[in-house]
Design a protein around this ligand. Sequence first.
Ligand code: ZN
Length: 138
Amino acid sequence: MKSYTKELWFNTMFKREFINISEEVEAALKESGIQEGLCLVNSMHITSSVFINDDEAGLLHDFDNWLEKLAPHEPVSSYRHNYSEKNADAHLKRQIMGREVVIAVTEGKLHLGTWEQVFYGEFDGKRRKRVLIKIIGE
Ligand code: ZN
């Protein structure tokens, strides 16, 4: 069995941002040379997510509004976690959007559904963060 590991780094311009990382994940798979197996992609931080959904601007806007309704950033004093930090909302948003995805690898390609795209979801950005890609198989 072969295995391949790669990290992607991000430093977003905004506090909250969604970045389509499908091409980076596909490139890592090509570098791995693996034809059949599994590809794990996970955020290495507790205030950002990796998830799969549609790359449609309206939907991404809807996700952001929905998350802000569920866990509004303000008032920061409404969260116990914010006694020292100001990012409690980012922890909650990450929990809803998830930590990782696992994608089947078939014939050297990510075996995604028709409209499925891999996203990095940042909820406490403007600083360096990373994503882990781990691919195993033959
Ligand atoms: Zn925190």
